[in-house]
Design a protein around this ligand. Structure first.
Ligand SMILES: *[C@@H]1O[C@H](CO)[C@@H](O)[C@H](O)[C@H]1NC(C)=O
Length: 274
């Protein structure tokens, strides 16, 4: 009986320290952690605990507070850009807030490197949980006639290009900037993008049936479109038609999607996900 109880305690303790949903919970005082899924530092937090975080080399890290105000909480710890002892301290106020980034996203600190450290200088008075996630860098723009921002969540980045190009050229414009032509995975994502950059003109998406007539694939993801938002009467189902690429916006399709020739000129949205 005692043995069974000990095994039970071990299993519960292991589950608690390892993962809750997609979140890995860290306990104890300090250590080095590779960040892929979300990581949350949970109590006990006390002075002289130092955590080191690392993610893939072409990504950065973003730190948010699960509850509360990050500015106020910074009295208890410092967030460093890198893991060396002299790595610069990052502050909430130093973060560039892009004009088009969503204002209701949680306060966040972004590193410029793929490594960061968090050092506690004081024991927090109340339960304080810090969340560390992998993020993509988000430039202010991609050059002339473009605009970027953290539109959907604090870890991904979206950029609009207000230059008209054919679908394949917009695909390559995104790829040349380490991004992908947009795929709408759900209506939340689509509505956030449409409310940010509007639907006054047509924008390309990565949806196409060039590979097989009637099989609509997000080319950027190579997945079948599950969520769809077709304009009434669309898509064109006539055999052998050449409406193989998909735009939204403009006077033809408004907030909906319409299939059209891939040689049509339109603006585009690129996205980068962590
Ligand atoms: C919608 O898509 C976005 C972007 O891919 C994702 O972050 C979000 O979790 C999705 N939301 C739902 C409700 O599936």
């Amino acid at each position: 009986m005692a043995k069974a109880f000990a095994v039970f305690i071990f299993v519960v303790a292991t589950l608690v320290s390892q993962s809750i949903g997609a979140v890995v919970k860290l306990q104890g005082c300090g250590g080095r952690v590779f960040v892929d899924e979300s990581v949350v530092i949970d109590a006990p937090l006390r002075e002289n605990c130092a955590w080191e975080f690392e993610t893939q080399e072409d990504r950065i890290l973003v730190v948010t507070l699960v509850n509360g105000n990050l500015n106020e909480a910074e009295e208890y710890f410092s967030i460093h850009d890198g893991i060396d002892s002299d790595s610069p301290i990052l502050l909430v106020e130093n973060q560039k807030i892009h004009e088009v980034s969503r204002k209701d996203l949680p306060q966040a600190v972004y590193t410029t490197l793929h490594e960061a450290s968090i050092r506690f200088k004081k024991t927090p008075v109340s339960n304080l949980q810090l969340k560390i996630q992998k993020a993509v860098p988000c430039p202010f723009n991609l050059g002339l006639d473009s605009q970027c921002g953290r539109i959907v969540d604090s870890s991904s980045c979206y950029c609009a290009t207000f230059t008209n190009r054919v679908q394949v050229d917009q695909t390559m414009y995104c790829v040349d900037n380490n991004m992908k032509l947009i795929s709408f995975e759900n209506s939340t994502e689509e509505q956030l993008i449409q409310s940010t950059w509007g639907t006054q003109v047509e924008y390309w998406t990565s949806l196409t049936d060039t590979r097989r007539e009637g099989a609509w694939i997000w080319e950027s993801l190579m997945t079948i479109a599950e969520y769809t938002n077709w304009y009434p009467g669309k898509p064109n189902t006539a055999a052998g038609n050449s409406d193989d690429c998909v735009v939204y916006g403009g006077t033809r399709f408004l907030t909906f999607w319409g299939d059209t020739s891939c040689g049509t000129m339109a603006h585009a949205i690129c996205e980068a996900q962590p």
